[in-house]
Structures are given as structure tokens and as C-alpha cells.
Design a protein around this ligand. Sequence first.
Ligand code: NAD
Length: 259
Amino acid sequence: MIDFTDKVVLITGGGSGLGRAAALAIAKQGAKLVLVDMNKEALEESKTEILEAAQNAAVELVEANVTNEEEVQKYVQFTVDTFGKIDGFFNNAGIEGKQNLTEDYGSDEFQKVISVNLNGVFYGMKYVLKVMKKQGYGSIVNTASVGGIRGVGNQSGYAASKHGVVGLTRNSGIEYGQYGISINAIAPGAIMTPMVEGSLKQMAGDNWEAAGQEFVSVNPMKRFGKPEEVGNLVAFLLSDSSRFINATVVNIDGGQSYK
Ligand code: NAD
């Protein structure tokens, strides 16, 4: 039974895609939420959707950049000051970066992707763990990717960052299990979010929907995942129903990784 009554959940990348979907799933089960994103308008849209779905939800918005350690420290403190604790943390904001062969992959692009997807996740864990250790409980879900557990090609920065997220997850999971804290990663395959829609449009222009169908024709389920399917998984992993799952990576990819 997934119940977030009186629980406080912090979500980064809460303005779009997987972050918004998780926020919706968790808000419907009664949680108080702090959503962080660098896109203010997207945050406002998330809040509107959440309040339509869960009228009494308590939702605070913070415009911030996960690559800025001081800002991370501030929104973690804001969550504690506002709601008194942090039960769950969906450490999720990320970018894809431009695709290219390794030899042509821009060094600036590499640093940029690492900075958001890996440094951002590290800063988030660092400050949230200080709070959760004092509490003696908590759950963290870091967003990795299929590209964090196997090679996908043309994505040096993304693959390195997401493999790094898996490493951070396993390392910290075994450190903090003793304090009643579980830390896991999710490895989504292709989920139809604005990020994926954007890269399909970049590749195929007006033919992006057909290109998308072609792309998922190799998936055992022959379709994209839905954001709400990932949102439900995150809700489970952040809930009290999954407390003994720790330091692991949960694939949500229609079986693609084992094909
Ligand atoms: P999305 O682009 O729809 O949402 C990402 C959100 O993160 C956006 O609202 C964006 O403004 C925010 N963001 C980006 N950089 C930020 C920063 N520096 N500071 C604060 N906010 C920032 O993408 P999504 O598909 O929902 O992706 C969410 C996570 O899931 C990412 O980590 C992504 O790598 C991962 N992922 C997505 C897929 C997929 O198929 N959609 C697959 C595997 C992994």
C-alpha cells in the first residue's frame, strides 16, 4: 500500500516529464511536495496539474539550478524549514546533450552534461543525506538511464554521467542503509517526455512521430514508456512499501536491456 500522508518529498526536474509525473503520483497519495526546476513556467504548470489532480496538495516551487551547490543547499534547507523534514527525494533533473561520436563529442558539451546529470545528483544526495541521517530514515531515487547500465552509442557525456549515477547510488546505498535510508536508481528506457520529443524533432523534423515509431520498433513492447509508468515506480520506491530495496537499479524499459 503506497501512502504518503504526512510525508514530505523533494523532486528536482519537477517542471517536466518524469519529475512532474512522479510529483503527480505522489501528491495523489497525500505528500507535501517541493518541486525544483530551472524553468519557472514549467514549475507553475506542474503545480496547476497537481492541484487539479489533488486539490488539497501542499506544493512549494523553487527555481534553481542543480549544478550550483549553494542553490542545492538552499532548497534542501528550504524544504526542512517549510515542512520540517524530507522523507523522499527524487534526484532527477537531467539533460541529454548533443549526440556525436566520441572523437567529435564537444569537450564543453561533455562537461555540461556531467555537471547537470552527475554533479547535480551528487550535490543533491550530499545535502539531503545530512538531513535524512539526522532523521534516521528516508528514501532517495536517482534517475540513471538504460544508458547508465550499457552502451548506447554517440552519447559519451550522457553515458558517463548516468554510469556515474549508478556508481553513486550503489556507493551511498551501502553507506546509509544502517541509518534506515534506502538509495536506489531507476534506469528508464525511451519514455515519451518533452526531452525525447525534442531530440526526435531535432533528428527528424516534421517526421518525428514516424521516426519515434521506428525507434521503438526494436523494443520488446514496441512502444515508448509513459511518464506516469515511471512516476508510479518512483512513488513505490520512495514509499514505505519498498524499504528493503537498497543500492540497486530498477530498469523500466519494456525489457529492452535484456534483448
Ligand atoms: P525533461 O526535459 O522533460 O525534464 C527535465 C527537467 O529538468 C526540465 O524541466 C528541465 O528544466 C530540468 N532541468 C534540466 N537541467 C536542470 C538544471 N541544471 N537545474 C534544474 N533543473 C534542470 O526530461 P525527462 O525525460 O523528464 O528527464 C528526466 C530525467 O530522466 C533526466 O535525468 C533524464 O536523463 C532521465 N531519463 C529520461 C529518459 C526518457 O526517455 N525520457 C530515459 C532515461 C533517463
